[in-house]
Design a protein around this ligand. Sequence first.
Ligand code: PDD
Length: 287
Amino acid sequence: MPRQAYVNGRYRPHGDAAVHIEDRGYQFADGVYEVVPVYNGILVDEDLHLDRLDRSLRELRIEAPMSRASMKLVARELMRRNRLSNGFLYMQVTRGVAPRDHKFPKNATPSLVMTTRQMKPHSAAMLNNGLKVITVPDERWARCDIKSVSLLPNILGKQAAVDAGADDAWQVDREGQVTEGTSNNAWIVTEGNQVVTRNANNAILNGITRITLLELIKAEGYELVERSFSVEEAKAAREAFLTSSTSFVLPITQIDDQPVGNGHPGILTGKLRQHYLDYMQSLGKTA
Ligand code: PDD
């Protein structure tokens, strides 16, 4: 059976699945999304993702398309149809279909699309050599805490990285402080072995991987601080890494032309990646 997608109440072959041309997601990027990792058949941190989806919807005054329980049922049915054990579930909600007009439509029904994607293992090269990031000005709006489908600066940043032969771009605010990657959160480890990541406010998306890793770091007793850090501090750091639902924890070994630390993936970064993998592995197992 070909891969299927869920679109507004129907399961359709992925290749034919479509929304209307007057969907406000297409017209205005008037929508939000979530990406949930699926590990050994379990939706990792599902409720945290659904909490963030609810928050994004609330902030944009878009109605929830269905109850949380129904969202969970649709997600599981799609995973079953697509035989998804390890991969990602994408959920996208827009304000719905309405004649083009900037103001909110009166009677639009929110559109809900869910799709899945199989996981490809992270390459040995990526894990052994680490990633290169470039730095770019953060040109986004002032509500980066909302997981909106409006991602132009993010894709331009990512393409700038690809054009420069790098893996991603760290976005930098007007004060010279790193906000986050184009689809991930940014972290460093200082010379004093302190783990640092930017505090979550409107300037970044509060990653679910970030939230879970913060808990794991606290539980392991590593030194931790949530604060912003400059590009210079990052270049002088002992280690750097990124987190996201699709990357988990991945080492960064070069920022612009500067190797980070000794130019090899950091030891603490490796430990944190393992803690995160162990955490995912532990889900669904009874104590
Ligand atoms: N991106 N910051 C941004 C701008 C992101 O787009 C993402 C996630 C993150 C990390 O959030 P989380 O840990 O919840 O995945 C941070 C997803 C993976 C994407 O757009 O595909």
